[in-house]
Design a protein around this ligand. Structure first.
Ligand SMILES: *Cc1c(COP(=O)(O)O)cnc(C)c1O
Length: 429
């Protein structure tokens, strides 16, 4: 098609010609909405309509979109060093980032392994657990995971994810996984018995878990003391504890990491999403000295032979470094506390509403289930999405779960607008 003809089509129409979107059945999906601009908490579409980004664009842009502090740092870095091989070479942005991150990571985290996204971060976490035992000469090849966990879309990550409704074509190729339910408080005792039985009957290498909040399982919370018990059993059995903090990391649950709220610390931490503040893609897998030492050897084969071309890209490292600087600032910590407090008040207000079930909040995360007869609304999720978008709020309900993970810099006025549109939805459905 000639350029002149293409120009007459809308962006949404041109999108359809060659683009294949993630997590989308194109035959059943409406047109994609072109977004032209993002700034602070706002997304602007090609008609100039604004939407409050109440989920921080999948939990990434927590300091606001196009944050000047971060973009100017990256722009400066871009003039000096754009990309270099990270095998045999090193650079200051990666070194500085490691120094700053080790300060705020859960106790014991010492070594950082760079990668590209959340799935590769967990993939490497799994590899670290499996190879740790391999290197020690232990025959342990099974991973332990929570039912309904989500850890990404590459093969290892898919294998340990419990939400596999759409993964049917790949299941025959999965790594071996045993699953346990999340602790609810009531089931804690029984869960430990189940866990002990699984451990005695299988050679478990590692346990991968989303601490405290399971994002893709519709912002499901679980019992911290129950998780602590599970982790304690893992420690006693030298099962490598892999905390998938891809969603929960960098302040979302009110602390730097969700693991900070649990006594028993992870051996491995997986990070991405807010790591680079939504500016550039990057993942990170950190580990304790114990893990690193199991790979440190005169035997070359005991090394971790995994590497991505863009490992520790200096621009992404610079974005992450600026993001950490913002995160630890008093202002940002106050913002997180402010949103936590507003969320708690909103939960209190709605908790007895007849259509609101299981309303909960932790840090900036707030969620509840909309208790309406689904069949009355056909695809409730899509109708809710449209309802919120029409009113200028970008939310992505999961089934009948409505949740927010707003940018930390959201103003009181903006978050009140989000709350009020949610309340409108209670009246409308
Ligand atoms: C998003 C997510 C992933 C996968 O990250 P991608 O960057 O999308 O590959 C893994 N684990 C958790 C907990 C996530 O929320």
């Amino acid at each position: 098609m000639r350029d002149i003809e293409l120009k007459e089509l809308s962006l949404a129409e041109r999108d359809k010609k060659h683009l294949w979107h993630p997590l989308t059945q194109h035959k059943l999906s409406p047109e994609m909405l072109p977004i032209k601009k993002a700034s602070g908490c706002l997304l602007t579409d090609d008609n100039g309509k604004n939407y409050i980004d109440a989920i921080s664009s999948w939990y990434t842009a927590v300091y606001g979109h196009c944050n000047k502090f971060i973009t100017s740092r990256v722009a400066e870095q871009m003039q000096n060093l754009d990309q270099v091989v990270f095998s045999g070479f090193t650079h200051e942005p990666a070194i500085k980032l490691s120094e700053e991150l080790v300060r705020i990571l859960p106790e014991g985290q010492q070594k950082l392994f760079f990668n590209d996204n959340g799935s590769t971060a967990t993939e490497i976490g799994i590899k670290m657990a499996l190879q740790y035992h391999h290197n020690l000469g232990n025959d342990r090849k099974v991973m332990l995971a929570f039912e309904e966990g989500f850890h990404g879309d590459t093969f290892g990550a898919m294998s340990v994810s419990g939400l596999s409704v759409y993964n049917g074509a790949f299941e025959d190729h999965f790594i071996k996984v045993k699953r346990i339910p999340v602790p609810t408080g009531e089931n804690n005792q029984e869960l430990i018995e189940i866990l002990n039985r699984i451990i005695s009957e299988n050679s478990i290498a590692g346990f991968i878990y989303e601490p405290l909040v399971q994002g893709a399982a519709a912002m499901k919370f679980h019992d911290p003391s129950g998780l602590n018990e599970i982790l304690r059993v893992c420690t006693e059995n030298d099962i490598i504890k892999v905390a998938d903090e891809v969603m929960t990391g960098f302040g979302k649950t009110g602390t730097f990491f969700a693991s900070d709220q649990i006594e028993e610390k992870p051996d491995v931490v997986c990070m991405s999403k807010a790591l680079t503040a939504g500016l550039l893609p990057m993942g990170l897998t950190s580990c304790s000295k114990k893990i690193y030492d199991a790979f440190y050897s005169d035997d070359i084969a005991k090394g971790l032979f995994h590497g991505h071309t863009y490992t520790a890209n200096p621009l992404a490292c610079t974005a992450a470094l600026a993001a950490v600087e913002l995160l630890v600032s008093e202002e940002m910590q106050e913002n997180i506390q402010r949103i936590s407090h507003l969320n708690t008040e909103f939960c209190e207000k709605l908790k007895d509403h007849s259509k609101v079930k299981n309303i909960r909040s932790k840090g900036v995360i707030m969620a509840f289930e909309l208790d309406v007869k689904m069949e009355r609304y056909g695809n409730l999720r899509n109708q809710l999405f449209k309802f919120f978008m029409d009113k200028g709020v970008f939310l992505r309900p999961l089934g009948n779960t409505i949740y927010i993970v707003p940018p930390y810099i959201i103003s009181n006025e903006e978050i009140e607008r989000v709350y009020s549109v949610i309340e409108d939805s209670l009246a409308a459905f």
